[in-house]
Ligand binder design. Structure first.
Ligand code: HEC
Ligand code: HEC
Ligand code: HEC
Ligand code: HEC
Length: 109
């Protein structure tokens, strides 16, 4: 009986490890994203930000699988406009972390 328990626990651990490995390998998305704006295009270093910000859902609040921000923001009535949410999210973190907050540090022509 004890041996069976040990086998069961071992199998559970192996399954769990396999699931974590799959989660780690899932699509990390683009290295760089160009966000067009009339003020000038914003080049967003996605991979660098993934290193800086541990939790994906800090930005992908709807979940990574929900896809591009603009699939809701600017599309769906219940989602605030893209400009508003990007400015809010990007600048509020930068203010506390020495990231760029001046218009031309993000918007370049
Ligand atoms: C600092 C904010 C931020 C963090 C942290 C972040 N992302 Fe993103 N991610 C973005 C933005 C902005 C885009 C561009 C979305 C768009 O084009 O609307 C994006 C795009 C993506 C896309 C492509 C989505 C699509 O369908 O176009 C994937 C996949 C993705 N991210 C995965 C991740 C994963 C996985 C993590 C965590 C390891 C992560 N991201 C962390 C901001 C972030
Ligand atoms: C931290 C980076 C960042 C800073 C700083 C910033 N912006 Fe933005 N801004 C963005 C992003 C990202 C978007 C969204 C682009 C999109 O809609 O895909 C945006 C969108 C906009 C838009 C709407 C898009 C358009 O086509 O008109 C305007 C206007 C704008 N910003 C003006 C400003 C002004 C003025 C400042 C300085 C007071 C500023 N921004 C500072 C990142 C920034
Ligand atoms: C599936 C739809 C969906 C996707 C995808 C999505 N959002 Fe949102 N987002 C919403 C809705 C709806 C709200 C308003 C309700 C709420 O606060 O949850 C919101 C609210 C926000 C807010 C808070 C705005 C405020 O005024 O407090 C921020 C910031 C934000 N989103 C940023 C993003 C970013 C950045 C992305 C892409 C990485 C993204 N969202 C992807 C639907 C979405
Ligand atoms: C949770 C924190 C956080 C969020 C959210 C965030 N950033 Fe940053 N960002 C940083 C930090 C930290 C730096 C680096 C500051 C330094 O050490 O130079 C940075 C640097 C940058 C830079 C300078 C170039 C680079 O990558 O080194 C740009 C441009 C930038 N961010 C754009 C954005 C945009 C656009 C968004 C929103 C889509 C965003 N950031 C969201 C933390 C954040």
């Amino acid at each position: 009986m004890k041996k069976l328990m040990i086998l069961f626990v071992a199998l559970t651990l192996v399954t769990f490890a396999a699931m974590t490995a799959i989660a780690d390998n899932k699509d990390k998305g683009p290295t760089e994203v160009k966000l067009p704006a009339r003020m000038g295009e914003v080049t967003f270093q996605h991979a660098k930000h993934q290193e800086r910000v541990e939790d994906c859902t800090t930005c992908h609040h709807a979940g990574v699988e929900a896809g591009a921000c603009r699939s809701c923001h600017g599309e769906k009535a219940e989602a605030p406009k893209a400009k508003k949410v990007f400015h809010k999210l990007c600048r509020s973190c930068h203010k506390g972390n020495a990231g760029p907050t001046k218009c031309k540090a993000c918007h370049t022509k």
